[in-house]
Ligand binder design. Sequence first.
Ligand code: NAD
Length: 496
Amino acid sequence: MGLPHYQHYINGKWCPPSNNDFIESINPYTAKPWCLIPRGNANDMNQAIEAAHLAFTQGEWPKMNATARGALLRKLGDIVSQHAEHLAQIEVTDNGKLIAEMSAQLHYLPQWLYYYAGLADKIEGQVLPIDKADMFNFTLYEPLGVIGAITPWNSPLLLMIWKLAPALAAGNTFVLKPSEFTSASAFEFAKLVEQAGFPPGVFNVVSGTGQEVGDTLTAHPLVAKIAFTGGTQTGKHIYQQAATHLKKVSLELGGKSPNIVFKEAHLENAAKGVISGIFAATGQTCIAGSRLLVEKSIHDEFVEKVVAIAKTAKMGNPLSYETQVGPVTTKPQYEKILSYLDIAKAEGAKCVLGGSKATRPECGDGWFIEPTIFTSVNNNMRIAQEEVFGPVLSVISFEDEEEAVYLANNVIYGLAAGLWTQNMQRALNLSKRLQAGTVWVNTYRTLSFMSPFGGYKQSGIGRESGQEAIYQYLQPKCVWISTATEVPNPFIMRLK
Ligand code: NAD
């Protein structure tokens, strides 16, 4: 029996790729292909963009008011909720993340749809008490147009919904290019959009590589905004492409987040927080707490605690609820992580746990890496500065609060930071001084649809989730209405 084939979803129809070419999607646990996704090209992408543009300008969608759009998003939320388990299974098969995490993630996903469904008809302009006689002035918030969304492989549907829910609530239309490594769930999701009854062209999915379809999306004149999540290098390229037509962009990029542990912290909790920061999702998360900054006086004791927990991690089939560390999602990523293990050793870091590929019998042929901890890391080493995106922790010690802040901020990234302390004054002061879009105190890796998420510095531009996000898919318009009976001197600007 052949592998399941997916097709593009364009203008409410299922379409084979125009060159009839497909990409094998590999299950990282078996290292074998399990389905085929279309290898799109510029022709496919152009069709999707044109369909989305038509749907934005004509037909049912632009006539629908915000309350009706909200109702449709709520309906989609209900349908996604009914199919959450199926979507979770697809994502685990495609990207190797743990079923325990993906099931929870997919059951939580509809919250973004409900939140922005509710927000859709609460976007209010203002009547401004303008400083001119006989003049009435008010603001409107209007959608941007076609949104091009480009997503990575680590949490495909979650990172898509962060863009889709506010974009559609605001009245835009959407073209999604998922990662070529994990596109299956986007096509499964499109079936649910179809079931919800969205007008054709409002949501489209075209798969393929960045070069073959991504560039067409980012450079197309009919696309109003690119909403991207992925690596910082790709983000910079997309920013340049988008500049050609001065498209708006939001970029959610990489990180090298510190987890900072002070001596007065609840050390058992802090050790669990450090584990969740780096070994959950096999370290393949933008918010990975990949640098452990630990106060020198507790260094040995604390590292021992972290190593002791990491040693107990059960590796194996990500579809088993017992598994705690799954495979790496892609072969190139697996090779990249292995190369960083060599780099760290060559730089003089001391490997106190793991440090190699995992050859445990329960790992089969999958792309597994042993949970790895390096001590004696200096913040200038590549292992401390560059995003590894794998289960590799760098431990760096500090003398005092000043040094902790200096080390935490001394990277090009600024996505997140964790702070472990029982000293409230320190928690508040450092929360302000850490250059990161998210600061977690005595917790790590927790997210909500209500809380804006995004990066400082080279971790990105813009915010997703929360009320902030919907304004990134809207533009304000000012309307001036003169009630004067006469037009004043036409040769000068009207300032009075
Ligand atoms: P990537 O940058 O390689 O790819 C991301 C997406 O961009 C994919 O869909 C890819 O096909 C596409 N792409 C690649 N080249 C392109 C081009 N020239 N034009 C248009 N699109 C192009 O990233 P990845 O390896 O899939 O994901 C891992 C990265 O994502 C990590 O750096 C991670 O930190 C980051 N990430 C960030 C967040 C966040 O919210 N900040 C969340 C998850 C992942």
